[in-house]
Design a protein. Structure first.
Length: 386
């Protein structure tokens, strides 16, 4: 049975969430937490608390107690969003939450405030239904997912993850059941040189030049062969390059950040060997080169067997809602790489918004898909714990 609720009010709350610029860095997720806390506090059956992460940064935790006959379920999403980039590239205000023909536009609509609010709404509807669920339901709105997972890391330090039979993460999947996600390895390559006047470059050591040579060797050596059935191959993106002050100064420092999204067979060990090998080659060719690496993100690949009850029940609920019965993989990583690796807890990713909408200009979510997700999360928990 689909729950009955005030759709217009829930859309208004979603719009209010989108209007909060919880851009990470620096985060500033606290106003989102306050809005969600206000919404959930209207339901006295929920035990609500917050977890301090940093200045103007908090996790929100809401617990619906069950009978204890079954293990708990964890509903997860994050409140931070990535930067908007060039405002002029947005046809709609990135923090305006404008709605056109049933589509809401704004940073965080798809990734992932719509999914997060859908989980919160489902939790409240479950709390207001008659009867007691067979296990607890814990709603966790995390800070910091887009950068370092600080909110999820804080949660696992304070909670016994063995109590959960599964984690449901409301990242955008186009309302498709997702059972696996790639890992993430962010490698920062530093290059140190010696400054000099640009008219006599031979008297200095050009940090940018040696960094470029290293990156070119990595590009040529990058050769992913392993193919995961739903995640595809490991990918590499040069996401950050920084160096130099002025055209007439030999740069004495530079750095670049490579973002590898990994699958088994071509992951951390192989990729670090590739990067370190390229550095060794450059320093052998240029004894005055000084290059080293720093790992700034290291997330494992996570996968749940498609036969797991969490996944199969999700497929059943999606079928009842008239949605796809396919099981896919997510090429990006989520807080599941932190929450689900502590005890090997099964993970499901499901949410409104197309995965292709994450981190792009004019991000949007279809409101029909948003409401479908409320029904999905409600129905899934009912089947698993009802």
């Amino acid at each position: 049975m689909r729950p009955v609720y005030d759709k217009n009010r829930l859309e208004d709350i979603l719009a209010d969430l989108i209007r909060i610029p919880s851009i990470n860095p620096p985060g500033d997720e606290a106003p989102c937490v306050e809005l969600l806390e206000e919404f959930l506090s209207e339901c006295p059956q929920l035990e609500i608390s917050t977890q301090h992460i940093g200045e103007n940064r908090r996790n929100l935790i809401a617990v619906l107690r069950g009978s204890g006959e079954k293990k708990a379920l964890l509903l997860n999403g994050h409140t931070d969003v990535v930067p908007v980039g060039e405002r002029s590239a947005w046809p709609h205000d990135p923090f305006g939450a404008g709605v056109v023909d049933g589509v809401m536009y704004g940073r965080g609509t798809g990734d992932m405030k719509a999914g997060l609010l859908a989980e919160a709404a489902a939790l409240r509807l479950l709390a207001e239904r008659e009867g007691t669920l067979a296990g607890d339901v814990v709603f966790l709105a995390t800070a910091g997912e887009e950068v370092d997972g600080c909110g999820a890391k804080a949660f696992v330090r304070n909670w016994d993850m063995s109590q959960f039979s599964g984690t449901i993460i409301a990242e955008p999947t186009g309302s498709v059941v997702v059972s696996a996600e790639r890992g993430a390895l962010w490698v920062k390559i530093h290059s140190a040189g010696v400054t000099a006047h640009g008219s006599v470059p031979e008297t200095g050591v050009n940090a940018i030049q040696y960094l470029i040579e290293t990156l070119e060797k990595i590009r040529k050596g990058f050769n992913p062969q392993s193919v995961h059935p739903t995640l595809g191959k490991t990918t590499m993106n040069l996401g950050v390059f920084h160096g130099g002050l002025e055209p007439n100064i030999v740069p004495d420092s530079a750095y670049a950040v490579l973002d590898f999204r990994t699958v088994p067979g071509y992951a951390k060990e192989e990729l670090l060997a590739l990067v370190n090998g390229a550095i060794a080659e450059v320093t052998a060719e240029h004894p005055d080169a000084k290059l080293w690496i720093e790992l700034i993100n290291d997330r494992p690949q996570v996968a749940t067997d498609e036969s797991d009850p969490l996944i199969q029940t999700a497929v059943e609920v999606n079928r009842e809602l008239g949605r796809s019965t396919a099981i896919e993989g997510k090429v990006a990583c989520t807080d599941g790489s932190i929450l689900n690796t502590v005890c090997g807890t099964p993970m499901l990713i499901y949410g409104p918004g197309e995965a292709s909408q994450a981190h792009v200009y004019d991000e949007y979510v279809r409101l029909e898909d948003f409401h479908n997700s409320v029904n999905f999360f409600y129905g899934l928990v009912e089947k698993l714990l009802g």
